[in-house]
Design a protein around this ligand. Structure first.
Ligand code: ZN
Length: 138
């Protein structure tokens, strides 16, 4: 088994900022020299997610609107009450969407669809510095 680990460091605006990290993940895959295997991308922290989507303004708007409806910013949240915090919605959204994705690597390239990008979504209610850990495994 060959494992290559890389990291992406990103500054986000918070508030469901959606950032396309596909090129960064591909750079780590390319630098690994691995042609066939899998690439896992995982964001550290409990208020951000990694997922895939068609990264275009309409899709980004609709996903943010959906999560606003499902898990509103303002709510009756124990996390906020018990911890004098303001970001329980961010924790819940991050848990639902999830912290990682695994993408097959074929011919040294991420085997994504044409209209499918890997995105980091920062749900926290303030700007953050984020680290996405990428492991390429063959
Ligand atoms: Zn919190």
């Amino acid at each position: 088994v060959v494992v290559h680990t890389g990291e992406l460091r990103l500054s986000t605006q918070g508030d469901s900022d959606v950032i396309d990290i596909t090129d960064g993940v591909q750079r780590v895959v390319s630098s690994s020299g691995i042609d066939e295997g899998i690439a896992a991308a995982f964001v550290r922290g409990s208020t951000a997610s990694v997922t895939t989507m068609e990264h275009e303004p309409g899709g980004v708007h609709d996903l943010r609107a959906l999560l606003d409806r499902l898990i509103p910013v303002e709510g009756d949240y124990e996390h906020n009450r018990l911890n004098r915090d303001t970001n329980s919605h961010a924790h819940q959204r991050a848990s639902i969407v999830g912290p990682s994705e695994v993408v097959p690597v074929s011919g040294g390239r991420l085997a994504l669809g044409t209209w499918q990008q890997i995105v980091l979504i920062d749900f926290d209610d303030r700007p953050r510095e984020r680290t996405v850990v990428i492991q390429v495994i063959s």
